[in-house]
Design a protein around this ligand. Sequence first.
Ligand code: ATP
Length: 259
Amino acid sequence: MMEAETVIAIRGLTNRFGKTVVHENLSLEVRRGEVLGVVGASGSGKSVLLRSIVGLMTPSVGEITMLGTDVLGASVAARAGVSARTGVMFQDGALFSALTVRENVEAPMRETLSVGAATRRALADLRIALVGLPPTAGDLFPAALSGGMRKRAGLARALSLDPEILFLDEPTAGLDPISASAFDTLLNSLREALGLTVFLVTHDLDTLQATCDRIAVLAERRVLVTGTMAEMRDVDDPWVHAYFHGPRAHAALAAVGEY
Ligand SMILES: Nc1ncnc2c1ncn2[C@@H]1O[C@H](COP(=O)(O)OP(=O)(O)OP(=O)(O)O)[C@@H](O)[C@H]1O
């Protein structure tokens, strides 16, 4: 079998804030087409890792290659070229409250695509339909949306430029279990339809079970272990054991008949 292409390679990453060392010599690879779930205790540096990769912060030390570009050493233009091939959905959706959903989805296009207003609008409406929002949602402001709809709107904006890699920070946090499960289903169908690579930060064991090919555990300032959900159950580490054998893990696995 051919090895899948590596689309993100992180080597020797160190992040510190003053005396706090969040990451030290961290390495991780993400392969094309996979959904990689990133888990770890609160404060283990999941968000800092995501922010380092997408260029929202500059790591103290290390190398990050994304889609073949050394992003930390790249020119602003090269960096922007890589960003245009990725989409990011932040935990609260991070929508502009003064813009409608459609305008939010159009925002990344305005900076990157040289297309007219009508085409931009049509592309935005396609994304809105893709994430399962009704056509009327395009004219609404974020404040008028339910939590689940706001997540979908954030996802539509992350998909604005038809990205190859999608970054999701806690996409199901704050959703009721039915909405969370609907989001997992949506992610699976989009991933299939669009051939996405997904970097997913989550605490949600049901989401890990339902969507991820591989899991990376952040602990001790690095990626302690990577593997499938099943492999995580055999990892000999107190945090990993507690997380993947706790009552919530049992419930998540029981739901799919694996326990
Ligand atoms: N801009 C910053 N300045 C100083 N410290 C920061 C900054 N951003 C993050 N940190 C620190 O880095 C550590 C990791 O934070 P991060 O938000 O990545 O954790 P996390 O794993 O995403 O946690 P959670 O699961 O609670 O969201 C924390 O100790 C945090 O206080």
